[in-house]
Design a protein. Structure first.
Length: 161
């Protein structure tokens, strides 16, 4: 099965970290979703902007990926939790692509407030077969300390093989 891992990450790189863990063990291509207009570097300003965007359903313009998703059977999509849902850049990616006949594996990182991320991601993956959705918990201080036991993440990655 040809696999593409697509993720968005911003502050601590937690979602990137998990995407790279998957990529190390699953034959796949890996790429990041990048917004055309970067978010502010300062956390509070970026957080305020992200809150406004998620509440309004805003979809920022994203850069073209280096891969064509039509070439893949399975797309693993990772997002941090932004105000109880997926990051707006992931919303853009999911809404702009056709997942018909594909397997989509959504995963999300959060600091204790998962919200409706997986449900929201699933709703945008029209005509896809959703499987192995996963929530991964990091510390509630907004840091990069992994709370979900690494053995659980390893078992989840093994289930994708």
């Amino acid at each position: 099965m040809k696999t593409l891992i697509v993720y968005y990450t911003w502050h601590n790189g937690n979602t990137k970290r998990i995407a790279e863990m998957i990529h190390e063990r699953i034959p796949s291509d890996l790429c990041a979703i990048e917004t055309v207009q970067p978010y502010p570097e300062e956390y509070r300003r970026a957080s305020d902007q992200g809150k406004k965007e998620t509440e309004s359903g805003f979809e920022p313009e994203i850069r073209e990926l280096p891969y064509d998703i039509s070439d893949y059977d399975r797309i693993i999509v990772g997002t941090p939790t932004w105000w109880y849902t997926m990051a707006p850049a992931v919303r853009t990616f999911l809404d702009q692509n056709d997942f018909s006949g594909k397997e989509v594996v959504p995963f999300m990182t959060n600091a204790g407030w998962p919200g409706t991320v997986i449900k929201d991601m699933t709703a945008l993956c029209r005509s896809a077969r959703i499987s192995h959705a996963r929530e991964i918990l990091f510390d509630s201080e907004g840091g990069d300390k992994l709370i979900t036991p690494e053995a659980e993440i390893d078992a989840w990655i093994d289930s994708l093989q």
